[in-house]
Structure formats: structure tokens, C-alpha cells
Design a protein around this ligand. Structure first.
Ligand SMILES: [Zn+2]
Length: 503
């Protein structure tokens, strides 16, 4: 007797239909899984047998073969346990045979028969909707994320036995109502920009970076407040839109990094340590998983001690910084993940840290300094729109300083500026000034004569490259957006020129 149950396999961000076919034939007891299963899927055999036994459900004492089709699609993960168990029970005649297109199942089985949450449930729910299938059965821990997709009948189960009762029609699983992605809430975890005293210049620079989605590099001695500025950065970013939040949640789901409530509602802030490996940063592995740059999608990637990162690891960021996606090559094809993030980098001005500090002497040699700066390549710096100095503020001045403008006030301006960008770029499929190509800049950016003259003079005086020229124009455009102005004016270019501190 044979049976067929549907589940999914996640490739990159997308769920693909997989048919779990089971055939039971006479012969010595054996349990075989074929169809390109990875180790986790092979181990499903032990979990399925244990869970069936503990649930007082029979496991055939003959030859059982599971075929995962299509055979050329790689199957990875633990979510095959539940569909395999149901397929075995159906083939054995313990469950009624139904049209496979009726439902999709995912879930990992514990040996006691309970269901554990799995990765990629949101991607599976989107696949279910696309295929026009009505019902999706998931472990309880995945119900919240799966129910983000409308028009899918999501049923959450606690145990294998619950699923069996549902399939036989004895006791139906409760339906999880569709929830629209919750509105983003702010400042639960991030420090407020108001807690940064002094540093008006740096505060303004990160406001501009936030408004236009620009990558930014901060240089300053230890204790100058770079880290606090960085940590406050997410609090001045506009909230995630619904579509952005779905994408971000999907990535975190596949990486197994969803928060307890089942969705990401705030812009991500990722701060990997400088010892992070290439795979941890950009993604990869035998079953490609999103790395830090994809977990930072539509949010911030904070790289503290920027020159301490392995140079070859940093070079891997160049392409994603350009394209907003990362492509991982594997023996059996390539996988892409989105990676549109704001790079926020911080560094000391020299190895000892005190080169720009008026009160402490720098102990670095010219050679050390040269080696330190060389760790960041020119092409990498070309992808950073804003580069600033964050000087140390003497302690005696710090106590006199008033708290800065709070994040909420700054965010009102950045939201307004982003809205202008979204409207302006509606037809070209981008959201921020930072994403403009040079061709876009030529076609879409208006500037008055005075601003053009100033920029030309700067190009001559500083011998700016074409790339630098376009960077300044993009930042000027953001400053004009913060100003609520349609064309770039002289003062916007003048301010943008201040954000190019060389390293
Ligand atoms: Zn030094």
C-alpha cells in the first residue's frame, strides 16, 4: 500500500513542494528514506519510530520505504518528521487516504510524541498559499508566524496524536486566526539618542544616515560615545513597513532566530564580534543559512573595531553592499538571501586609540598606523557614504551639557524624509537615496546652479573620484529630504561635504 503526504523544503527563502510517499511491502523489517535527504532527515526515522511507539500508534514490522519527491531537490531540516509519520500511518491503513492537495504538514517529533517548532514555517505558509492549498498543520510554537499569511487555514498541534485525531476527523485541531503583522513598536531595547550628550555633529550625521539609509563610519578615541551612538541608531530609524517586516521575519524564521512571539516587528540591529567567521557574517554552510548581513536586512549591521575584522571577511561584504543580496554558491547550485542593511562601522583613529585625543598621547608608530588603515580596502570605503570623526568630550564639559534631542523628535524627521524618497522612487523599485545608482542620480536628482558650482569646486579641490562625487550627491539629496526641499541647494552640498573624514 502506498500513500502521499505534502510538506515543503526550504531553499534560500522559499518553500518548495515536497511529496512524502510511503510504500509498505512484505519483507524483513526495514525503514529506508530516499530522495536526497540530509542527516537530520535520515535521523527522522528514529524520531518517527519512537514517537509512534510512545503515542500507542503502530509501526509496520515489514519493509517501509519513504520517497521524498522531487528526488533532485535537497531535503534538509527536522520538519519532515511529522509528514513522514502521517504518511507511514496512512500507507499502513491506520489513517484514511485523502487527496494530498488537501493539506501540508510540518513538524519535528520528540520521542514522546510531542511536536517541536521548526525553522521556515512562514516560508512554508507562503508556499501553501501560492499552491492554493487550504490547510497547514504546524507545531504550536510555529502558529504565530504561519498565521501571518492570509487565506491559509493554519492548525496548530501539540502532539502527533492530536494530528492523527484531526486527520481521522475525530477531534479537529483549533484554527489559528490570521493576524496582520503587528504595528512596529519602538525603543523597547535601544537607548535613546537623547542620552548622548554633546556630539551634535555626530548626532546629525547619524540622523542623515538613518534618513537616507547611508552606510556610515565613525572614528574616535575610546570613550567618545561611538558605541552609544551606534546603539541608539535603530531608535531613529523609521518603523518597518508590513512587507519589510514579513521579509525580515521570514529570514529570522529560516535562521531559527525568531523571538518568542513569532515575528520581528522592529528593525534588526546586529553587532557581530570582529572574530566572526565569513560564514557567520555572510551566510553559508552545507545547508545554506542566512548570515549576520541577512539577519540585518532592512536594519543595521554594526561592526565595532572595524579594522580588526579579517580583511577577506570584510571583502565578502562588498557585493552585498552593492546589490542588497548575497549569493552563496554550493556544489548543487546557488542560493540567494536578501541583505539590504545599513553598515554602521566604528573604529579607533589608530591602534592605541588616542591619536585624535587632545589629552592623551598616541603611542603608535607611523608603520603601525599605516598597517592599521590598510586593513580597510579602498573599494570597501567606496561603499561608505558618510565618514565622520567623533572626538572625545572632556568629562568636565559633559556634566554641563544638556541631554540631546530625544529619538522620537529625530525620528519624526527621518520618517518624513523616507516618505519623500519612497514616493520619488516608486517607479524604480527602491526605497532610499543610498540605493540610487549613478544612472538614477543623473536622471532623477535635481540641483540648483549654486549647488552644482560648489560641488564642482570641491571635486577640483579634493580631486574627488566619480564614485565620491555620486556619494556626495546622494547624501546631499537626503539632507534636502530632511529639509523638505525638492531640489538640492548649496547648503545641502556644503553639509554633505563635511561627512567625508578620511581614514
Ligand atoms: Zn595611537
Amino acid at each position: 500500500m502506498a500513500s502521499n503526504i505534502l510538506t515543503s523544503s526550504i531553499v534560500g527563502l522559499d518553500g518548495h513542494r515536497v511529496d512524502v510517499e510511503c510504500d509498505i511491502s512484505p519483507g524483513l523489517p526495514a525503514f529506508t528514506v530516499v530522495g536526497l535527504p540530509d542527516t537530520a532527515v535520515q535521523e527522522a526515522r528514529e524520531r518517527v519510530k519512537g514517537a509512534l511507539r510512545q503515542s500507542d500508534l503502530p509501526f509496520p514490522r515489514t519493509h517501509v520505504t519513504i520517497n521524498l519527491a522531487p528526488a533532485d531537490l535537497r531535503k534538509a531540516g527536522t520538519h519532515f518528521d511529522l509528514p513522514i509519520a502521517i504518511s507511514v500511518l496512512t500507507a499502513h491503513g491506520d489513517l484514511p487516504k485523502r487527496d494530498p492537495l488537501e493539506r501540508v504538514l510540518i513538524g519535528e517529533l520528540a520521542l514522546d510524541g510531542s511536536l517541536r517548532p521548526v525553522t521556515g514555517a512562514l516560508s512554508t505558509a507562503l508556499m501553501v498559499k501560492q499552491l492554493g492549498i487550504k490547510e497547514l498543520i504546524v507545531p504550536e510554537g510555529n502558529a504565530a508566524e504561519a498565521s501571518l499569511v492570509p487565506d491559509v487555514d493554519v492548525r496548530a498541534a501539540a502532539t502527533l496524536r492530536d494530528v492523527v485525531l484531526h486527520v481521522t476527523g475525530t477531534q479537529c485541531l483549533l484554527r489559528t486566526e490570521h493576524t496582520a503583522h503587528p504595528a512596529t513598536t519602538h525603543n523597547i531595547i535601544h537607548p535613546d539618542l537623547g542620552s548622548v550628550r554633546g556630539q551634535e555633529f555626530a548626532r546629525r550625521a547619524i540622523e542623515v544616515a538613518s534618513a537616507g539609509g547611508h552606510n556610515i563610519l565613525m572614528q574616535g578615541p575610546p570613550g567618545s560615545g561611538k558605541t552609544l551612538l551606534a546603539r541608539a541608531f535603530p531608535s531613529i530609524l523609521p518603523p518597518l513597513t508590513h512587507d519589510e517586516a514579513l521579509d525580515v521575519t521570514r529570514i529570522h524564521s529560516i535562521a531559527g532566530k525568531l523571538p518568542r512571539d513569532g515575528f520581528v516587528s522592529e528593525r534588526p540591529f546586529r553587532s557581530p564580534h570582529h572574530t566572526a567567521s565569513g560564514i557567520a557574517l555572510v551566510g553559508g554552510g552545507s545547508v545554506p543559512r542566512p548570515g549576520e548581513i541577512s539577519l540585518a536586512h532592512r536594519g543595521v549591521l554594526f561592526l565595532d573595531e572595524f579594522p580588526e575584522f579579517n580583511r577577506s571577511v570584510l571583502e565578502n561584504l562588498r557585493q552585498p553592499l552593492e546589490d542588497g543580496t548575497v549569493t552563496i554558491s554550493r556544489a548543487n547550485g546557488t542560493v540567494s538571501f536578501p541583505a539590504r542593511f545599513i553598515l554602521l562601522a566604528a573604529m579607533n583613529p589608530c591602534p592605541c586609540g588616542y591619536r585624535t585625543d587632545p589629552d592623551r598621547p598616541c603611542s603608535c608608530t607611523q608603520h603601525q598606523l599605516h598597517q592599521y588603515r590598510k586593513r580597510i580596502s579602498g573599494p570597501m570605503l567606496d561603499r561608505i557614504d558618510i565618514s565622520i570623526d567623533v572626538p572625545s568630550v572632556p568629562t568636565e564639559r559633559l556634566v554641563d551639557l544638556e541631554p540631546g534631542e530625544p529619538s522620537a523628535a529625530v525620528r519624526t524627521r527621518t520618517c518624513m524624509a523616507r516618505k519623500r524618497q519612497v514616493e520619488r522612487y516608486r517607479d524604480i523599485g527602491i526605497l532610499t537615496n543610498a540605493e540610487l545608482t549613478s544612472d538614477h542620480v543623473r536622471r532623477l536628482i535635481k540641483q540648483n546652479d549654486a549647488s552644482r558650482t560648489l560641488l564642482r569646486r570641491a571635486v577640483d579641490a579634493y580631486r574627488l573620484s566619480a564614485r565620491a562625487y555620486f556619494r556626495i550627491l546622494k547624501v546631499s539629496r537626503t539632507i534636502a529630504d530632511l529639509d523638505g526641499t525638492d531640489g538640492i541647494e548649496e547648503r545641502h552640498v556644503a553639509e554633505a561635504l563635511k561627512y567625508r573624514q578620511p581614514i
